[in-house]
Design a protein around this ligand. Structure first.
Ligand SMILES: [Ca+2]
Ligand SMILES: [Ca+2]
Length: 334
């Protein structure tokens, strides 16, 4: 009996010890995970703040640019435009990098109803990016579907195009926007576009179009705001000739050859245009498109990354440079 009791006691003791050992091991494992999580979380927070410093840095650069009322053009020789070539900056246990690109160097999808020339420029650049003839049915359909997506009415351009009844019939259904695009990604929702891009040899991802197309300013009233007290800067929805890419410049006239792209790019790098009419000699269709080009920019996209111990955070923002302030109009953390 005594032996049995001793035996049970021993087993109990062993069990308790085993439970204790398992608990301690588990506990120490939990502590280890917690420590790792705390470290990752802490590094993530730090990385986020490093990325945020990048945005603040961009705001400071653009504010400085806005305050220089002696020099109005926005061009590639300016400080903000050099940000993309800067090496990552050491900051708070990690690094920060930032790249500012003006949105006015792109063709605005939302402004296609501001005249034939804007619509034609969009048609030509989409055709050129996809390497399809601009008069091909594929391109005409894309353009008409974009028009129907944006225009307020519910009447499709042709029977091929899409308004509410088409989008309602999809699985899952979603409404036709009947208004301006808020982001370039919204192109995904428009009939036919994603299919054409996927099958395309030249462009495989819609994001590649972001380099050439913009939605800013989204609304017309944003573009027309002028501060008459200082009258120095106007928020504009035009294409900045001082920053526009080769592809955008080539889309301005009926034929790419009508634009002396090499001459304009030479000016962008060495001697930026200080007045719109200085470009007259280099653009064959100048008189037709002079109302859609400018030498200044109002919207800038900023891509800022912060990294701490291998943990990265990225902030994508769009800033609007007004006469007297910089406003954040888009913010996304990745
Ligand atoms: Ca400037
Ligand atoms: Ca519509």
């Amino acid at each position: 009996m005594l032996t049995n009791e001793k035996g049970i006691a021993l087993i109990l003791t062993l069990l308790i010890i085993t439970i204790l050992v398992v608990s301690i091991l588990d506990f120490s494992h939990t502590i280890q995970i917690d420590t790792t999580m705390t470290g990752n979380f802490r590094d993530g927070v730090k990385a986020y703040y490093n990325a945020k410093s990048g945005i603040n840095f961009a705001i400071a650069l653009l504010k400085e640019d806005a305050e220089d009322t002696e020099y109005l053009p926005d061009d590639l020789t300016e400080k903000w435009a050099k940000s993309c070539y800067m090496p990552p900056l050491a900051i708070d246990d990690g690094v920060m990098s930032v790249c500012i690109v003006d949105e006015n160097r792109k063709i605005n999808i939302n402004k296609i109803f501001k005249g034939e020339n804007r619509l034609n420029a969009l048609q030509r650049i989409i055709a050129s990016l996809l390497d399809i003839d601009k008069d091909d049915d594929t391109i005409i359909n894309i353009i008409n579907n974009i028009r129907d997506w944006i225009d307020k009415n519910d009447e499709s351009q042709t029977a091929e195009n899409a308004e509410q009844s088409y989008y309602e019939s999809l699985d899952p259904p979603y409404p036709c926007k009947n208004g301006p695009l808020d982001t370039i990604s919204e192109l995904r929702l428009i009939k036919g576009i994603i299919e054409v891009v996927k099958e395309n040899e030249k462009i495989k991802d819609l994001q590649e179009l972001m380099e050439y197309l913009t939605v800013y300013p989204v609304n017309d009233n944003e573009a027309e705001k002028i501060n008459i007290n200082t009258a120095s800067r106007q928020v504009n929805d035009k294409i900045n000739i001082n920053t526009a890419s080769r592809q955008v410049l080539e889309s301005l006239c009926y034929e790419p050859e009508m634009v002396d792209v090499n001459e304009i790019i030479g000016h962008q790098e060495e001697e930026p245009f200080e007045k719109v009419d200085q470009i007259e000699d280099f653009i064959g269709c100048y008189n037709e498109i002079k109302d859609m080009i400018a030498i200044e920019s109002s919207y800038y996209s900023v891509d800022a990354t912060g990294e701490v111990n291998g943990i990265r955070k990225r902030i994508l923002a769009v800033l609007k440079k007004d006469t007297d302030k910089i406003k954040i109009v888009y913010w996304k953390v990745e």
